[in-house]
Design a protein around this ligand. Sequence first.
Ligand SMILES: CC(C)(COP(=O)(O)OP(=O)(O)OC[C@H]1O[C@@H](n2cnc3c(N)ncnc32)[C@H](O)[C@@H]1OP(=O)(O)O)[C@@H](O)C(=O)NCCC(=O)NCCS
Length: 169
Amino acid sequence: MGETKITFRSWGKNDFEQVIKILHESWDKAYASFIPKEDLTFYLNQTYNTEKLDKLFKNVNAFCFAAEVEGKAVGWLKLSINKEENRFYLSSIYVLPEFQKLKIGRQLMDIAFATAKEKGFSEIWIGVMDKNTNALGWYEKIGFIFEEELPFRMGNTEVQHLIGRKKLL
Ligand SMILES: CC(C)(COP(=O)(O)OP(=O)(O)OC[C@H]1O[C@@H](n2cnc3c(N)ncnc32)[C@H](O)[C@@H]1OP(=O)(O)O)[C@@H](O)C(=O)NCCC(=O)NCCS
């Protein structure tokens, strides 16, 4: 891929279709070995249809960013403030499989840290399925510590979700 030019920006309504594609393809790669495809598709269609993305777009406590290559989003980052918990979450980070390992995730992570600080938070929280060992290892390498565990349901499948945090410098 060599000289791929990657840019980073806030997302827009024009990204909705591509965001769904990113989720579809990266979930398939990351989760299909432990979650049946029908559950993945059911959850994706229910949680990330255009109507839900539009709601997310209007949510003042959510901040989303896109990594773009040749005019198309290839990576997506969703950040959110949970008012009840007073926590800043990195709630989603997904890169299209063919664009993984190009440091796009790392740069999206830096946007997450900067946004959390800008909003006045000194730590950032994250959730990851325990069986998603790739992402878990990646987060641990970045310095996240996982101490909480909660069940999480995708369609008919229940998985364990590890909750981690990292202090921001
Ligand atoms: C996880 C993900 C966001 C990472 O983004 P990425 O752009 O592929 O990763 P980057 O290129 O920024 O990271 C590369 C670095 O992480 C390291 N790395 C990658 N996987 C790793 C792992 N399992 N354990 C430790 N280090 C890992 C690489 O060796 C590289 O290190 P280097 O900087 O020293 O060379 C991306 O791979 C992805 O979308 N995965 C599928 C979806 C997913 O699981 N998302 C998270 C859901 S909770």
